[in-house]
Design a protein around this ligand. Structure first.
Ligand code: CTP
Ligand code: MG
Length: 335
């Protein structure tokens, strides 16, 4: 922590609200995109149930968690009902079936970290990745969606942060920066930490939803309609929150000792997770605990070089929001 951790926000910050909301609105997918997704899902479903009557298809990722931008690709999970299947075999078979329909660019990528079939549907213009038995992703998608229903400021903040990360080139896991999923977790954690809090900790409440996936017990309070107005005691505007988010990651977060955990609704220590040293490729230079796979640090992609890139970008954003006369242009300037 350094001297900047208690800095006060510029006086005219609320001048930026309209700009941020405009950006948010412009990125929201239009209704007809949802319709096209359903149309493609129906087509895929027909093929899948024809071949595997017990299998089911689920949407996951940004097309289903409410944090997706317009014109995004969709992520689909094929749940086989049997955990012990040969994924490569299934994906090769699936690719064959889909090639015989008029889908384009059908490819099975069986050697990828998450093996998938990729394709493009020329009727709807949508591209899609299909993976097998990735049910934890389906469940964490529901958790993110449920959080987004509690207070609209989460979706607004996450859209601005994702848009910033994509513009600045720090949303590339293969280059050691963070996934969109990690950024949304950072936003949820941040809103849980405001005083008064804007989001509750759903995994710390009465259990109304419970599933066991790959031997992980996933449970939390999912009756979020009962939490309407939860954050209304906190009147912070989106501009204040965007400013405070970057100020936190630039100057307040303790990278040496702390892990952010939406599961606990608080910071936890690296020491208690044994995330204090490098083990294999996990360096734990920025620690973001997965809500269900708690041994999984979403920051594990970050290395010695990319942590510098990330922290410099957080500082750049914080400086622009504090001092720049025209922050909304500068903040999203291509790198
Ligand atoms: N996911 C995960 N663990 C990760 C990364 C991703 O479980 N380490 C799952 C999450 O369910 C996430 C989905 O994969 O929602 C897609 O991840 P990602 O591509 O990071 O996010 P999107 O929300 O699809 O973002 P974008 O709009 O950039 O496509
Ligand atoms: Mg995606």
């Amino acid at each position: 922590r350094n001297h900047r951790s208690h800095i006060e926000c510029r006086g005219d910050i609320n001048r930026l609200n309209a700009h941020f909301l405009e950006i948010y609105e412009s990125l929201i997918p239009p209704e007809e995109e949802k319709e096209k997704q359903k149309q493609l899902m129906a087509l895929l479903n027909k093929h899948v149930t024809n071949e595997w009557p017990k299998a089911q298809l689920f949407l996951y990722g940004s097309c289903a968690n409410s944090f997706g931008f317009r014109k995004s690709d969709i992520d689909v999970c094929l749940a086989m009902g049997d955990a012990d299947v040969d994924k490569s075999e299934i994906l090769l078979k699936l690719a064959d079936i889909l090639k015989s329909d008029n889908l384009e660019n059908v490819q099975a990528l069986t050697r990828a970290r998450v093996p998938i079939v990729k394709l493009m549907d020329p009727i709807t213009g949508i591209s899609c990745d299909i993976c097998v038995n990735n049910m934890l992703a389906v469940v964490n998608t529901k958790l993110l969606l449920d959080y987004s229903k509690i207070d609209v400021r989460l979706r607004q903040l996450a859209f601005i942060v994702k848009h910033w990360a994509k513009s600045r080139g720090v949303n590339e896991t293969y280059q050691g920066t963070l996934s969109s999923y990690a950024y949304v977790l950072m936003c949820i954690h941040f809103l849980q930490q405001r005083t008064p809090s804007i989001l509750p900790c759903l995994q710390g409440m009465e259990v109304t939803y419970k599933v066991n996936v790959d031997n992980v017990e996933c449970c939390y309070f999912d009756q979020v309609e009962k939490l309407q107005g939860f954050g209304s005691r906190n009147g912070e505007s989106i501009a204040q929150l965007v400013w405070a988010f970057f100020n936190y990651w630039a100057y307040c977060h303790d990278y040496t000792n702390d892990v952010i955990s939406i599961r606990m609704g608080s910071l936890i220590s690296k020491r208690e997770k044994d995330w204090t040293r490098r083990i294999g490729n996990d360096r734990h230079l920025i620690c973001i605990e997965d809500p269900f796979e708690v041994s999984h640090d979403l920051g594990r992609v970050v290395d010695k070089r990319s942590i510098r890139v990330l922290r410099e970008e957080f500082e750049r954003a914080a400086e622009i929001l504090q001092y720049d006369p025209n922050p909304c242009v500068k903040l999203f300037e291509p790198y």
